[in-house]
Design a protein around this ligand. Structure first.
Ligand code: ADP
Length: 398
């Protein structure tokens, strides 16, 4: 069966068509600037030339239609008709506390997505539009919602409750949810398989270090704790997000800089992290180029970044009373040996030993980078959220 995976953002739509016989990608692409001037579709059919269409794309309905047209086009298409699409899997950001597993889209699922607009204001509305556009374009096909918050759904109250008056949890569901859940689920599961660990008992820490960054602890693939909170702002230092900070800083800076809370949150989400700390860039490659030139601010930023990751790993070792494997994934985690080395250097006391040759040689491929006598297995394991969504969709569509 072919599964179409859709990931709708507020002005974008990413897609992949995956043949689940062998889990190969038949085509993938991106619609950008939906509802904005300069919109385009970039369609990449496997084994054929890339196709780019620049045209007016007023909304997600038009975007989904253009994607389907591209998939069945005689020249750059990959299927004869949409009958060859078995089901559609949608990445949906927030399910609140309602759904803790992927599920077939029903009216109740749509209601939950709507109820969580408040908790995922940028993503949930776009996710719902994507679902409704797919339903309209391909009536009768199974649509599946795969939630980014689902993985965090197994956390216990001690991990998800904030130390604020309980009425806020009861009234507004203010708690830690965690994000990048599909990635953490996929990478923790694949790490258990790759490292040959016990599927029910393995204690795994996944460091998802991309532009957004988060870290999770899981036992037997079930999340024990994760670093993002009510929103993706909490936790690690990211490309542009601050991660953890003293909340009193907000009031101080709002007063001194004459900013509103929304303006301050915009700064914490979009102008902080390694971009804000270094003043150089949110992109790690730019930061590392400056580190290479001996730029002190860049070096301090990088040290702070690695230190934060290490502190989270340490706390998750405590939370699980041990760790069997640590996995690095996403753009930075998959590609950057120096950062992996900097983080792992904090864990000599755990008996972690990195094989430098293996670490330096690991770029975007599943690789064991710890040495044979390391007490903890350390792996590089590329994330694949689309495949994880397609697998869940297949399981539910059958
Ligand atoms: P997202 O999906 O959150 O946008 P990615 O997982 O694609 O992010 O990660 C993007 C980050 O990965 C960028 O900061 C980029 O600089 C970094 N990155 C990609 N390749 C490398 C590399 N070879 N070395 C260091 N950082 C890299």
């Amino acid at each position: 069966m072919n599964i179409l995976v859709l990931n709708c953002g507020s002005s974008s739509l990413k897609y992949q068509l995956i043949n689940m016989e062998d889990e190969s990608v038949i085509a993938k692409g991106l619609v950008e600037r939906i509802g904005i001037e300069g919109a385009s579709l970039t369609h990449k059919p496997t084994g054929k030339d890339k196709f780019v269409l620049e045209t007016s794309i007023p909304d997600h309905n038009v975007a989904v239609k253009l994607v389907l047209d591209a998939l069945v086009d005689p020249a750059h298409g990959v299927i004869a008709s949409t009958d060859e699409i078995g089901a559609i899997g949608h990445r949906v950001l927030h399910a609140g506390e309602k759904y803790k597993e992927s599920c077939v889209v029903t009216e109740d699922v749509k209601k939950v997505i709507r109820e969580c607009f408040d908790l995922g204001p940028l993503h949930n509305p776009a996710n719902l539009i994507g679902i409704e556009a797919a339903e309209a374009a391909m009536p009768g096909k199974v649509n599946v919602a795969v939630w980014d918050t689902a993985f965090g759904g197994t956390m216990e109250p001690k991990a998800y409750l904030y130390a604020i008056p309980r009425e806020y949890y009861e009234k507004y569901h203010i708690r830690r949810y965690g994000f990048h859940g599909t990635s953490h689920m996929f990478v923790s599961g694949e790490t258990i398989k790759f490292a040959g660990l016990d599927k029910d008992q393995a204690k795994v820490i996944v460091c998802h270090l991309g532009n957004g960054a988060s870290i999770s602890a899981s036992i037997g693939g079930k999340c024990v704790d994760t670093s993002m909170g009510l929103t993706p702002l909490e936790g690690l230092i990211m490309g542009t997000r601050s991660g953890d900070l003293d909340p009193a800083i907000l009031e101080f800076l709002c007063n001194h800089e004459n900013l509103s809370i929304s303006e301050m949150l915009n700064i914490l989400n979009k102008k902080s992290g390694i971009l804000g700390m270094s003043g150089i860039s949110s992109d790690f490659r730019d930061l590392l180029a400056e580190v290479g030139k001996g730029n002190k601010v860049a070096c301090d930023t990088l040290e702070a970044y690695a230190y934060r990751v290490a502190k989270y790993i340490g706390s998750y070792v405590a939370a699980m009373n041990g760790v069997d494997a640590i996995a690095f994934t996403a753009g930075v985690g998959e590609n950057n040996a120096d950062i992996r080395r900097m983080v792992m250097n904090y864990f000599g006391y755990l008996g972690v030993k990195i094989d430098d040759a293996k670490n330096n040689g690991a770029h975007g491929e599943t690789t064991l980078i710890s040495s044979d006598d390391s007490k903890v297995k350390v792996v590089v394991l590329p994330t694949n959220e689309e495949l994880a969504i397609a697998r869940d969709t297949l399981a539910l569509a059958k």
